[in-house]
Write a protein that binds this ligand. Structure first.
Ligand SMILES: Cc1cc2nc3c(=O)[nH]c(=O)nc-3n(C[C@H](O)[C@H](O)[C@H](O)COP(=O)(O)O)c2cc1C
Length: 462
């Protein structure tokens, strides 16, 4: 029997009867959508979010050309998780034929819509005229969208920023043209491409885009995106900016249970045991996806430790009902006032995250995982890493990691190393309060005591 591509029910469903571009809008209305997240939005992580209440998600960005060449990495990104209710596939292209062909592959893999990336600010995308570069020429963009939308088997949404890198804010004009071109929805990330994460998302402009649509009778869903860290902020944005839906990126990477909080309208604040259970669930999904053997473990290692660079940012105070806390904020790590596993989960640094990931991978129950992590928290390996300062080097730094989505064959010679160097130079200095500095000193003194190390070795200025 023919099935509706939106709700997967019989083709005689209400969606089919209503027809038109607003179909997808009505399915997404009132929902919190998991953003497209290169590397972070891998299939096991989206499955975790769905298990914690996410009702809709978008895949990692897929380069349409590489997908159509049959590259395995890009094809894998089409795979929908078994528990995902609504799944969109994000593509990067500036070519109608490519877009239509990629949309057909997305439909065949069970996606309900296709999203065109017009927000990626990285050089590798920009120099190919992809991502946010498409915002420079709104009329050309509208032709592209119109061409794909008219022949795609799936509804098309477009994810934009307020402006291209170095360009004027033109999102209202872009949204108008997208509506006229037949886009089913637009997701507005309230920053320009040049902003990266340097300032707060501008929700006033997102609201203007909604109002512009209302003035002409709607027809295209508007999804608001930027800086949502808790359920109260999501609700506030929905009520004040009147967007059809909200999209969350870093908030979900930090606390994937955000979706359940949004559904229930209440903060949860899981304790360390509950969080370990969630992180082990992700590990189990990775074992299922990549394989529960050495090969699978090697593949999972590209993702599992990486996730802890966001998980370690979790602090219960982000649940404050009114605070628009910056998702880029880093906190003091390793506070001695925390119990061992809670403390362990606050550390950043790839080496520490690999220790955590190994404990989770090797545990065969939640209790065993908790016991193993307790042992790590109080063991000599962690103390040595901290002493060597290895808890401070981050593995993930937000959108820089969109680069991870570019197949290695497309990265020019030497660029990887240059990027790493740039990244290191740019790492922001951690701003600490006097209280945090005092705590750090106490932590170091405790470490020295544990390791029997003389005071001058750790190089910490007194
Ligand atoms: C690690 C990471 C990867 C991202 N990858 C993509 C991507 O592939 N496609 C895209 O359109 N945006 C990507 N973004 C941007 C997010 O989708 C989102 O627009 C942005 O983070 C703002 O939302 P937030 O404040 O809720 O994080 C990425 C962001 C992060 C942090």
């Amino acid at each position: 029997m023919a099935r509706c591509t939106l709700c997967l029910a019989a083709a005689s469903c209400a969606c089919a009867a209503a027809g038109g571009v607003s179909e997808l809008g009505s399915l997404l209305r009132g929902k919190m959508i998991l953003a497209p997240l290169t590397r972070g939005g891998n299939q096991p992580f989206r499955r975790l979010c769905a298990s914690l209440g996410a009702e809709a998600a978008v895949s990692e960005m897929i380069f349409a050309r590489a997908l159509l060449r049959g590259e395995a990495v890009e094809r894998a990104r089409l795979r929908r998780a078994p528990n995902e209710a609504l799944f969109g596939v994000q593509i990067a292209t500036n070519d109608v034929e490519e877009g239509v062909a990629a949309a057909a592959l997305a439909a065949a893999s069970g996606a309900q819509w296709v999203d065109l990336n017009c927000g990626c600010p990285i050089h590798e995308a920009a120099r190919r005229g992809l991502g946010a570069a498409l915002l420079r020429r709104p009329e050309r963009l509208a032709e592209l969208v119109g061409g794909i939308a008219s022949r795609s088997p799936l509804p098309l949404t477009v994810k934009v920023r307020l402006a291209a890198d170095g360009g004027e804010v033109n999102v209202r004009e872009v949204a108008r043209l997208l509506r006229e071109a037949g886009a089913a929805g637009v997701t507005v990330h309230g920053r320009t491409a040049a902003d990266r994460y340097s300032r707060a998302a501008d929700w006033d402009i997102i609201q203007r885009v909604v109002e512009d649509g209302e003035a002409v009778g709607g027809g295209m869903a508007v999804i608001g995106n930027g800086d949502i860290a808790n359920h109260a902020q999501a609700k506030l944005r929905m009520d004040t900016a009147r967007v059809d839906a909200v999209m969350v990126g870093r908030g979900a990477l930090t606390k994937p249970w955000l979706f359940g909080e949004f559904r229930d309208g209440a903060a949860w604040g899981p304790d360390a045991r509950e969080r370990v259970e969630i992180y082990r669930r992700l590990t189990c999904y990775m074992k299922e996806y990549f394989g529960d053997d050495e090969r699978g473990r090697r593949k999972a290692w590209n993702f599992l430790p990486w996730h802890f660079d966001f998980f370690c940012r979790y602090r219960p105070e982000l649940d404050d009902e009114t605070a628009l806390t910056s998702l880029q904020t880093r906190y003091a790590q390793g506070s001695l006032s925390l119990p061992p596993v809670d403390r362990l989960l606050t550390y950043s640094g790839t080496d520490v995250h690999e220790l955590i990931a190994a404990a989770l991978w090797e545990a065969s129950s939640d209790q065993e995982a908790f016991d193993k992590l307790s042992a790590v928290a109080e063991g000599p390996q962690l103390a040595e890493l901290i002493l060597a300062g290895k808890q401070a080097e981050s593995s993930a730094s937000g959108e820089q990691d969109e680069l991870a989505n570019i197949p290695s064959s497309e990265v020019g010679p030497g660029q990887g190393a240059q990027r790493t160097r740039r990244k290191r130079r740019r790492a922001p200095a951690v701003q600490r309060t006097d209280e945090e500095i005092a705590e750090l000193r106490a932590a170091r003194a405790e470490k020295r005591r544990l390791l029997g190390t003389p005071a001058h070795v750790d190089g910490f200025r007194k």
